[in-house]
Ligand binder design. Sequence first.
Ligand SMILES: Cc1ncc(COP(=O)(O)O)c(C=O)c1O
Length: 477
Amino acid sequence: MGGKSSVGESLGKAVAVIAGNEVGEAGWVGGMVNEASAWQASTRISNGTQINVRRMLAIIAVSMRRQYGAASPSSQANAPAPANPTRRPGKINANLSDRFPGRFLRPIPILLEEFMSPMFVPGPVDVSPDVLAAQTAPMLPHRGPEFETIFQRASENARQVFLTQVPVFIVTASGTGLQEAAVRNLAKRDVLSCVNGAFSKRWYDVALSNGKQADLLEVEWGQPLLPEMVAEALQEKPYELLTIAHNETSAGVQNPIREIAEAARSASPETLICVDAVSSLGGVRLEMDAWGLDMVLTSSQKCLALPPGLALAAVSDRAMEYARQVPQRGWYFDLIRMEEHRRKDSTPATPAMSLIYALDYKLERILEEGLEARFARHSALAERVQNWGERCGLRLFAAPGYRSLTVTTVASPEGFVLDNLNAFLMRRGMRIASGYGQLKGKTFRIAHMGDTLMEDIDALLFAMDEYLEGAAGRVAG
Ligand SMILES: Cc1ncc(COP(=O)(O)O)c(C=O)c1O
């Protein structure tokens, strides 16, 4: 089937293929969709909009699958082998149907990576189809043994990703919620907010808006915070709490947290060190225990490659002790209340169960890939993108030596219009991100986090080269 087919024609044929096979025989819809999707990845409708037919076919297949039941094992054996273990869909059937015997409609193993068109934006990142499917498990009583087992396993596995022995809280919120938890629980009054971009600045605002006496230690965005700066500030005033982002996603800067924590501890041993690892945890090494950090928080939609909606945090024993003495910790983000429930493998309020199913599933995949392999992959992707940027004569916004391993922020060349580049990229099923906050319009960002592979980056850079080289006029807007 040629690329010039209409959407209606493509979809009509796809539905016919799926329906003809599936309704009568409960055969493997996936094989059919694979065949159908081999026609064409995407097709154009008259106004020029591009529709990703594969993605639509996948959605149709999911709904039919849920309606008509599970695949036969023999048909699954014909499934094409997935290229990448991080996106491997195979295990979901065994895991989830074991967990929910007799209740679980098996998700379709056909939703392979070929259905994904990569987005190079720093969250929400692409979520692989098997992880999306993991969310479709049936609801359970959230205060019952079946769900508690899942919650407990996810929390245990998360400890390995945080590189910590202390428990990990799984919270229905985004990362900003846990920024608020940090300042509400770990400071009666005095907070030192280390800032070098929009997200660390937000944390400062969160502290002020929660009535804390927060002082700014700010450097020019694009520059790192350095250990001696932090030590000096703490020598002047031994703050109760220090907040800092490991990876400042707006500026594309990675702060040297290990060295900063060491300097902070020797300048002011009682100060609690709280690190925002929203865009680094699970992609870049951050050793909570070995580096002496008191709280590390992250969001689900970045390096963990999950949908948005969960935030995770590990809190040291001494920080938990301190929190007990802090008045007015609030209710939803009260760490002490969370801990009482966590001990029962539960949460104070109803959790986003579907996301926790996905988290549980994804953490196993992450550990299967291996943390070291994951760190190495992120590092290699960053190197590739940053070398490419320099080779093209683009100015990388972050200072050399402190460039993020998960997102590269590029200073926009004169006359550069991101929308034009993205329109070009989106015709190839890709997109990159604009600058953030006060850097919007001045920078653009290429994310290389989560499950992104080198081949994805190669495809992106190939297209960017094509755009930059082939159309100097377009670069000029
Ligand atoms: C470093 C950093 N901190 C905090 C946030 C806010 O996280 P969330 O959107 O999950 O609240 C972001 C979001 O991009 C971030 O990159």
